[in-house]
Structure formats: C-alpha cells, structure tokens
Write a protein that binds this ligand. Sequence first.
Ligand code: PMV
Length: 324
Amino acid sequence: MNNLITAKAHTNIALIKYWGKKNDELIIPQNSSLSLTLDAFYTQTSVIFDESLSNDQLLINSQNANQTELSKVSNFLNIIRKMAHIDTSAKVISTNHVPTAAGLASSASAFAALAGAASKAAGLDLNKRDLSRLARRGSGSACRSIYGGFVEWQGGHNDEDSFAKPIYDEEIDINVIALATNKSQKKISSRTGMKISVDTSPYYPTWIKVANNDLVELKNAIYKKDFTKLGTISELNAMRMHALTLSANPDFLYFNGDTLNIMNEVKSLRSNGIECYYTIDAGPNVKVICKSKDSDYLVKYFNNILGNENVILAKPGNGIEFIE
Ligand code: PMV
C-alpha cells in the first residue's frame, strides 16, 4: 500500500463481437467473443491509495474527470477495495495515447490498465486470469486487453468462469487500419445499445447461436492462417451485430454517411484485388483488416478520402505491462 503503480494496456478490436449481457452487474456476456489487441492505441494509468485523501480523484489526459467518469471509476475501485479489505481513497492518473484528438479512445484499454494498476497498488497480486475477470467488471471488452494478439473471451456463466484467454502461437499476417469518421462522443453507449437489443430484437436468440458458430469458424481460420476466411467471418459477424440495432425497438444505427462510404470503398477495393475487410463497433468509425503488404497502399488511399489525421495503421499489440 501507499505505492504508486503504473500499468499500460492496449485497446482491442473484436472480430467476433460481444453484444449483450446475461448479468448486467457482473458483466457476464450472452456470447463468447474474439479480438485482436492493437499496438497503436493504449492507456497508461497510475494509481496510489492514499490515507490523506477523503475521496477518489481522477485525472484523464491531465484534466479533472467529470462526475460520471469519476463515479464509474470509484465503483470499480470499490470492487478492488473489497477484495483487498481496505477503505482508502485513491488518486488515479490516466492518459489515453490515441494518435487522433478523440473518437478512438477505448474503455477496453482504460479498464484493463486501471485493473492492473489499482489491484497492485491495493496490495493484491492477481494472476492474468483474475486480472481479466476484474477488468471485465469495468467494461466487458477490457477483459480481452489483458492479453496481446488474438484473444478469446470465454463468456461463461458466472464471475469465476467468465474471462479472456490468449490464442497463443498463431502468427497470421494481419494489420488493422483505424478510420475515424466522427470524433464526437457516441450517442448510444454500448451498454444501452446492448440492453435494447437483448430486450427487443426478435433476432437476438439467433444472434447468440450465430455468434458462437462464427467464433468456432474464426478460430479455425486463425489456426489454418486463412486470411480470407478470417476477414470474411469478421465482416459478416460485425454486420450481424449491427442488424440487432436495426431490428430493435426503438431501432437505432451506429453508422453515419462516411461509415457507409467506407464500407462501399472496402467492397470495391476487394473486387479490384486488394484483399481487405471491415469491422465496426458501437460507433461510426471503421476498422479495415488487411495484410501487411497492402497496408501502405490502403493508408494512402484512405488518407485521400478522410485526411491523414483520421487514418491510423495498427499491428498486433502486447498485453498489459507494468511500468517501473
Ligand atoms: O465493453 P464495452 O461495453 O465497451 O462493449 C464493447 C462492444 C463492442 O465493441 C461493440 C464489441 C466488442 O466485443 O468489443
């Protein structure tokens, strides 16, 4: 205790999406998911529990956090305080290293780094599995950012058996180009979007079956180093997730006009022999999956459409690290 601990975690992009919870408080997902950790975006967070503080303090990118952000972090710290049998307040200093102004920061890297730094600062020595379970309580996708490369979040049924695990030793040539089409805060959070989808989309039960099947297929593609299959399933799975938003009541859509343009561009690039695929999370930004041999060409291509500052090339990234 009374140690300042710093951890760094990268964000991840889901190729098989997590969309829907079966337990809202514990964040147990309806389906398992699979992601790739990316090197280009990360969060670095330092935490100290300090007896002289009367409340938790949170600085994000050198600014005092707003009340909503602070209470989310305080609730998460409460889980750690309970585990460590302490009631001390903490100071949390978090910096998002995202090459553009906004829009690509992620709760996954934020809660993975916070889980690592805060648990260690509280005197806990958690193994990776328990760190993943803990990060999950902050934001589901954060459980996958504990590991590098391809990572599967085994959905499970309860707090004990819902955690991520790495898919080791499977090197496949893959790059991801992040395209920011809108940098403003998203309007419908993933939390809300998932809930409306689970509660109202008539297709929701089918999603669970299809997503679990997509996951098996994607793992096979990774094992066989079959890039075409990997890209095809990832793109399909993303569209299957977004179909839940269109079929919800009230219906909603994360795409904007640029999102649709990029989707069409990717399809036309593909029909012209540049093999690339898209995937989209709970917002209008697009991630383009490609092979490293095509990434320079594609970065230039999208620079012409969106401007250099909105195009970021990422490669597979590492799992959580502690900084001395
Ligand atoms: O972990 P959350 O609550 O930010 O939800 C993530 C939802 C998606 O990004 C759309 C899918 C995923 O698996 O990351």
